[in-house]
Design a protein around this ligand. Structure first.
Ligand SMILES: *[C@@H]1O[C@H](CO)[C@@H](O)[C@H](O)[C@H]1NC(C)=O
Length: 452
């Protein structure tokens, strides 16, 4: 592919410049203690914690049905490209619409969500929704963990993961301790309120999540994150290390160039693969190819980081458009090889019910636009990137997905940004907790146990 070569040289130059730039010590980064993202004038939070249940109005479901019946999918797939290389295959989309209309049962999914105790509480002017699940009484040792989701996901990604964390023995993991799990919806996602003012960045979210944990009585806790969740938990650890016992991530938020020594080993690992300890990476590692993948696969990011309100308008108006936009990611980001398949390999790891429930949570809350704005806020809040320089001495684990789209950060690189005490490779893609709940949970338990 010509485009890959075209960006290889500028990417290499850019990485080297960034690596040198990152040698300059960090300037003081000030994180305010408080901000206000609610509607209207600044006021203090109502700190009450209120129980919450998902209960979508029947009129929303009826309206959805009408829109699906009237959906216009009039483009046909190219005769010589019955796959996902041009995006969501329209033949497959018609089948999905049929499933959604005739077989999908939202009330069943709602019950699945409502099996978990849920609450809301006001932080920085926003109602923050979260799941709080405690282990059975038989566990004498209980450790608090916050698990953070990303885009285009929500807390539903954790519905198989949480029960393993709260009751490992029942799921064949031999552990004498269990986790009490707090899974918040990022404000603007799921059932958390949408920020009403600009500036709600990943750093703001880290601060809000910390306040949530403190309000629940957890002074010190564990963290797990992927996608934005990895960036949020990583920032939380960098800014408030006193509150974090250990950080587990299934994605290392560090691009080539973000660290001088790391970049050296990144390039060395490409030139001399035997310098990498991972056998899988010895075969595939190429720090510059990551930029090629970025160009080919992250057009959505550029749109969302610049004009989220434009990009989201039609998605918020059309459930079939929203489904194509979101579910396509569950194909490519799970395994890039799935692009070659007529059905995008969507049902290899996920059921239609699972995929549609992720979409339904965006649809019924009408919050695709606010979820997209989170990208814009990331690039506008320069502190998010500036903090990339700050080393994390808190013990950190990386559960690396072998099919992860572009983040396959070798430990030889990540150890210069994080105190990586645990590294494991798992046959999974980007949506780790959703696709591989048991291996991911196993990694969390081993990491935490080894620290004792
Ligand atoms: C990394 O974490 C371990 C376990 O807590 C600790 O013993 C070690 O000193 C830390 N290393 C660094 C470089 O902070």
């Amino acid at each position: 592919m010509g485009i890959l070569k075209l960006i290889l040289i500028p990417a290499a130059v850019g990485v080297l410049i960034a690596a040198v730039w990152n040698l300059i010590p960090e300037k003081e980064i000030i994180v305010e203690e408080n901000n206000f993202y609610g509607s209207g004038k600044v006021r203090s939070d109502n700190t009450e914690i209120k129980p919450f249940k998902v209960n979508v109005d029947q009129s929303v479901i009826d309206d959805l049905k009408n829109r699906l019946l009237n959906a216009r999918i009039s483009h046909s797939v190219l005769e010589d490209s019955d796959d996902f290389y041009y995006g969501f295959n329209s033949k497959q989309l018609l089948k999905l619409r049929d499933y959604w209309l005739n077989k999908y049962d939202w009330r069943k999914q709602e019950a699945l969500l409502n099996q978990f105790p849920q609450f809301t509480t006001e932080i920085e002017g926003l109602q923050v929704h979260f799941l709080r699940v405690t282990p059975p009484k038989s566990y004498k040792i209980v450790k608090p963990i916050l698990v953070a989701h990303g885009w285009p996901g929500n807390v539903f990604e954790f519905y198989k993961f949480i029960p393993i964390l709260t009751d490992p023995k029942k799921h064949g993991i031999n552990s004498d301790f269990a986790f009490e799990v707090i899974a918040p919806s990022i404000p603007g996602y799921g059932w958390s309120e949408q920020p009403k003012k600009t500036g709600f960045s990943q750093l703001a979210c880290a601060r809000v999540f910390r306040k949530l944990m403190l309000r629940l009585g957890f002074e010190k806790f564990y963290l797990q994150g992927g996608d934005w969740g990895a960036i949020i938990t990583s920032l939380l650890t960098k800014v408030y290390p006193e509150n974090v016992i250990a950080l587990h991530m299934n994605m290392i938020p560090a691009m080539p160039g973000s660290n001088f020594m790391g970049t050296f080993y990144d390039i060395l690992g490409w030139l001399i693969p035997s310098t990498l300890s991972s056998e899988a990476l010895q075969k595939t590692h190429n720090p510059f190819a990551k930029f090629g993948v970025l160009i080919v696969e992250t057009g959505y990011m550029h749109l969302q980081a610049t004009k989220p309100d434009t990009a989201g308008t039609s998605l918020n108006d059309s459930p079939i458009g929203l489904a194509a936009y979101i579910i396509e990611k569950f194909s490519t980001w799970t395994n890039t090889e799935y692009r070659a398949l007529p059905d995008g390999g969507l049902n290899k790891k996920f059921t239609n019910d699972e995929l549609l429930t992720i979409v339904m949570i965006y649809w019924t809350n009408g919050n695709i636009v606010s979820s997209q704005r989170f990208y814009r806020e990331f690039f506008l809040d320069r502190r998010c990137e500036a903090l990339a320089k700050r080393y994390v001495s808190t013990p950190t684990a990386h559960a690396s997905g072998l099919n992860e789209l572009y983040d396959r950060c070798p430990i030889e690189v990540s150890r210069y940004s994080y105190n990586v005490t645990h590294y494991t490779e798992i046959e999974m893609g980007h949506f780790a907790a959703f696709e591989a709940p048991k291996p991911l949970a196993t990694s969390v338990f081993k990491f935490v146990k080894d620290l004792e």
